[in-house]
Write a protein that binds this ligand. Structure first.
Ligand code: ADP
Ligand code: MG
Length: 378
């Protein structure tokens, strides 16, 4: 899916430029590409480049509206030309991921899901095959709390939409039981090269829990191939960073339930920091809120964790782990952390108390007073 360099000069019409307040002149291009309706997976699209002058000792940034969020790319130490080429290429990568991975807009993934329903073999691409393999592994490691095959349940709950909150009552118990009885799991998927089939027609892939993670992993890998060793790819607070910001580390904000930031973290080399929560995307009726992360065992939303933030070596693990720990809940998240060998975890409950592993306590600098509880994983 990685395409050859698109020169920065080929980006579409620049319709506005502005100067930032930065000491060095920054020229910001607001480039309008295309506007589509979006979702967890993707992209309308405003691409915004903040290309600086020619020196390498400064930050170059670009923003892309993608995966229902703003993806911000920041580079340090790249020439203006290299940064422009990288931004243009990454923008194309994201457009391809949108097209191919979307859970309900017609595309490659919806074709694969239709083939599963009809008992046919489908042709995937290398990225989707890799996400399925990773999903199988992560489903095993999280004891089934992460399950990328429950797209049927997610659709039943109405979460295949970009318009939140969703108004109205939950599905009926009978509708939920009907899907649970068929026990969809990623292990039902057989992979043969790029061909995939499912012995179980109830298997419907939904990569909402790992798409951002895998996207930032692919982006960082491509940046490295392009010779860029200092970068941050931040998808609405979920991010992977490499290298440094000149002579200081990258510093990133940690999201907090209900908006705003709970604190910040200084990134050490190559790290991924992901947050999942129950407070942004949900259905609601007069009685209750029903958040978008579902427990694959009960078919109902997971509720008692407001948010979980994880630092891991790669984006796909951090993303899946965050989703799985929300499912595991306040009692179960340490078990998932141990199974995935993740030592840096922060969990916020509905009352705002923060449960921290000792290793995470060393990393977060809280921006305000919070009640904390240290949780040892051993
Ligand atoms: P966010 O960053 O928006 O909190 P997550 O990374 O937690 O999102 O992923 C939530 C998305 O993952 C849902 O919108 C849905 O597409 C999918 N999902 C929901 N429950 C599960 C689950 N138990 N396992 C795998 N994917 C899930
Ligand atoms: Mg996730």
């Amino acid at each position: 899916m990685i395409r050859p360099n698109a020169p920065a000069g080929k980006t579409p019409d620049i319709f506005r430029s502005s100067r930032s307040g930065h000491a060095r002149d920054h020229l910001a291009y607001f480039v309008f590409l295309k506007r589509t309706r979006i979702s967890l997976l993707l992209l309308g699209a405003i691409f915004l480049l903040g290309l600086s002058a020619c020196q390498r000792d400064q930050e170059q940034s670009a923003q892309l509206f993608v995966f229902g969020t703003i993806v911000e790319l920041k580079l340090w130490g790249a020439s203006q030309e290299d940064a422009g080429n990288a931004f243009a290429e990454i923008q194309q990568m994201f457009q391809g991921m949108h097209r191919d991975w979307h859970a309900w807009e017609p595309g490659r993934l919806t074709e694969i899901n239709r083939a599963f329903t009809e008992g046919r073999t489908a042709t995937a691409d290398a990225d989707i095959v890799e996400m399925v393999r990773q999903s199988q592994l992560l489903e095993s490691q999280t004891g089934g709390r992460f399950n990328a095959a429950i797209g049927g349940l997610i659709r039943l709950w109405g979460f295949h939409t970009s318009d939140y909150p969703i108004e109205g009552p939950p599905p009926t118990r009978a509708q939920i039981s009907e899907i649970l009885a068929l026990n969809p799991t990623s292990h039902d998927i057989r992979i043969d090269g790029l061909e995939m089939s499912s012995g179980n027609p109830a298997v419907q892939l939904d990569f909402g829990g790992i798409a951002k993670g895998y996207a930032v992993d692919l982006t960082i890998a491509r940046l490295r191939e392009l010779g860029i060793d200092n970068a941050i790819v931040n998808a609405g607070g979920d991010l992977r960073a490499i290298g440094t910001h000149g002579d200081r580390p990258w510093r990133v904000a940690v999201r907090q339930p209900g908006g705003g930031n709970i604190g910040s973290i200084q990134v050490r080399g190559d790290e991924s920091i992901f947050t999942s929560g129950n407070y942004e995307r949900f259905r609601q009726d007069q009685l209750e809120r029903y958040p978008h992360i579902l427990d694959p065992v009960t078919g109902w939303p997971a509720k008692d964790i407001a948010s979980v933030t994880i630092i891991a070596a790669d984006g796909i693990t951090a993303d899946a782990a965050a989703t799985a720990m929300v499912v595991a809940g306040l009692d179960g998240w340490p078990e998932v952390a141990r199974a995935l060998k993740l030592e840096q975890v922060a969990v916020v409950d509905e009352s705002g108390t923060v449960f921290l592993t000792p290793a995470m306590e060393q990393r977060i600098e809280f921006s305000e007073d919070v009640d904390t509880v240290i949780v040892k994983l051993q």
